[in-house]
Design a protein around this ligand. Structure first.
Ligand code: ATP
Ligand code: MG
Length: 188
């Protein structure tokens, strides 16, 4: 079915400039973290200071974007100690994730970075390792120019409430379901 091209301008006229926004990429489909990295690229292109804080994944599990990010002058903080099912000591994992949150909180409050990505932060929040209300409070009270991007499945309703843009990546198919293992260059 074809449709006639639109002839009237659909854009609204009352848009205003915001000093910063809060963006959430959630859902079960692939693309949450990669879309966040796309925003990192755009920010770097505008000469913004950028910080990426990765929860869950540890410093020794280097994703490809960390390599490129560091080349681009992005500050990279990889806390956590890997996936919870690999953890030998969940109390220790909880502690590491709380420490990572402290590093993230301080960066948001300092206002040096114009973009702060909190990658996979929804997991430690949902497991009760990081206080949801503290995260929400820190984001609400952030310096006006600090943009925050959150990624991870099952984002808490409280964070949706305070965000400006929330996208749910919908799983249609994933290679993993066909028994294909994660691919360097595509998945990390
Ligand atoms: P990506 O980093 O590729 O954008 P993501 O951030 O949306 O993925 P995560 O849950 O953080 O999703 O993904 C962690 C790893 O699992 C990545 O290697 C990703 O490609 C892969 N993955 C993403 N979605 C799925 C899925 N629905 N089933 C299996 N593996 C997935
Ligand atoms: Mg991810």
């Amino acid at each position: 079915m074809s449709k006639a091209p639109r002839t009237e301008d659909p854009r609204r006229r009352d848009v205003k400039r915001a000093p910063s926004v809060v963006v959430i990429n959630t859902g079960d489909g692939k693309g949450k973290s990669t879309a966040a990295m796309g925003m990192v690229m755009r920010s770097v292109a505008r000469n913004w200071q950028v910080a990426v804080v990765q929860f869950i994944k540890s410093g020794k599990w280097k994703v490809g974007e960390e390599k490129v990010g560091q080349r681009l002058g992005v500050e990279w903080v990889a806390g956590g100690d890997g996936f919870s099912w690999d953890s030998e000591d969940l109390d220790r994992s909880a502690e590491l994730n709380r420490e990572t949150w402290e590093l993230a909180r301080r960066r948001i409050e300092a206002g040096k970075h114009r973009l702060v990505v909190l990658d996979e932060i929804t997991y430690p929040i949902n497991w009760g390792w990081i206080d949801e209300e503290e995260v929400a409070g820190t984001i609400i009270n952030r310096p006006a120019h600090v943009n925050v991007v959150i990624t991870g499945r099952d984002v808490p309703a409280r964070l949706v409430e305070i965000a400006h843009t929330v996208t749910e990546m919908q799983l249609v198919k994933h290679a993993y379901q066909q028994g294909i293992r994660t691919i360097r260059g595509i998945d990390f």
